[in-house]
Write a protein that binds this ligand. Structure first.
Ligand SMILES: Cc1cc2nc3c(=O)[nH]c(=O)nc-3n(C[C@H](O)[C@H](O)[C@H](O)COP(=O)(O)O)c2cc1C
Length: 278
């Protein structure tokens, strides 16, 4: 792990495990080498990612995995739509609140400054920004592109599950030395993707994911994670820890799996969810 990545963990804390390292080294990669990634590797990534938790284990994820001509066909169609008809396409869901409250508005503005600044694009340069957006549809040059969908009949809780699955894909890819970029912008072109990928009517396009090797590891590594994060104190509050005996809680026995016979099962006769029968 490079020094900048370690620094990004913040508050003087270094990574403490391989999983810390993988989480901290992932970043939204937008410049891939075309070096192929085999189907076996992608299958292994998905095999691991499917262990994401989901409410009542409903596993609401669907993925179209694209490479080679299949990916190029999708890219060409979306790039053309982006060039010629972008105003006629819109996502089936809202990713951002139309009126972003603080502190999110300020963070999004900072994102724009850092992102376009790193590319040498003036934020007022609509043409150059559009050119950058177009690169999304070529999966930023990645050899593998995923299109992720969810059944529209499911509720917001299932989107939470889907997010966990998507993150698992990104982390499993990182475990293979691959970088990735989740991309909501694909959802805009669901009307084009639907026939191309035979996406059933009940499925909604949620996002794409580019997966591959960063074109220039040294360059991207040096950039590290371009985007900063708020300190833990800004989003978490703690209570009750002063009552704990720290050595007892953090000693070697902590974290041992519970005996199976001590686990309380709460599945109701009807089995409709975690709180059924309560
Ligand atoms: C669900 C989701 C959708 C995203 N969509 C896009 C996208 O369409 N295009 C893009 O370039 N980046 C996209 N991103 C990447 C974010 O901009 C990036 O994760 C964020 O700025 C933090 O940077 P980092 O991931 O490098 O730490 C998306 C991220 C998430 C989680």
């Amino acid at each position: 792990m490079s020094a900048p990545e370690a620094a990004m963990i913040g508050e003087g804390t270094a990574v403490q495990s391989r999983i810390d390292e993988i989480i901290a080294s992932r970043f939204a990669c937008r410049d891939f080498s075309g070096e192929p990634v085999g189907r076996g590797t992608v299958e292994q990534i998905l095999r691991v990612a499917r262990f994401a938790p989901s409410g009542a284990n409903i596993q609401p994820w669907h993925v179209h995995v694209l490479a080679g001509h299949a990916k190029d066909r999708v890219s060409a169609a979306l790039r053309e739509a982006h060039e010629t008809a972008r105003d006629r396409h819109t996502s089936e869901y809202s990713y951002y609140a139309s009126d972003l409250p603080e502190p999110y508005l300020q963070r999004r503005q900072e994102f724009g400054r850092l992102f376009y600044g790193s590319l040498g694009i003036a934020q007022t340069d609509i043409e150059a920004r559009s050119g950058q957006t177009a690169k999304n549809y070529a999966f930023f040059g990645a050899p593998v592109g995923l299109i992720v969908t969810i059944d529209r009949r499911l509720e917001v809780g299932s989107w939470l599950d889907l997010g966990m699955f998507v993150q698992n894909v990104l982390l499993a890819a990182a475990g293979h030395g691959l970088q990735s970029c989740p991309q909501e912008t694909f959802s805009r072109y669901h009307r084009i993707l639907r026939p191309l990928l035979s996406i059933p009517a009940e499925q909604m396009v949620v996002c794409g994911i580019s997966i591959g090797r960063a074109r220039d590891v040294a360059k991207d590594g040096a950039k590290g994670r371009l985007m900063p994060r708020a300190d833990v104190a800004e989003f978490a509050s703690f209570a009750g820890f002063e009552e704990q005996n720290a050595t007892k809680m953090e000693g070697p026995s902590h974290g041992k799996p519970r005996r199976a016979d001590s686990v309380q099962h709460s599945v109701s006769a009807r089995g409709q969810g975690h709180d059924a029968g309560r």
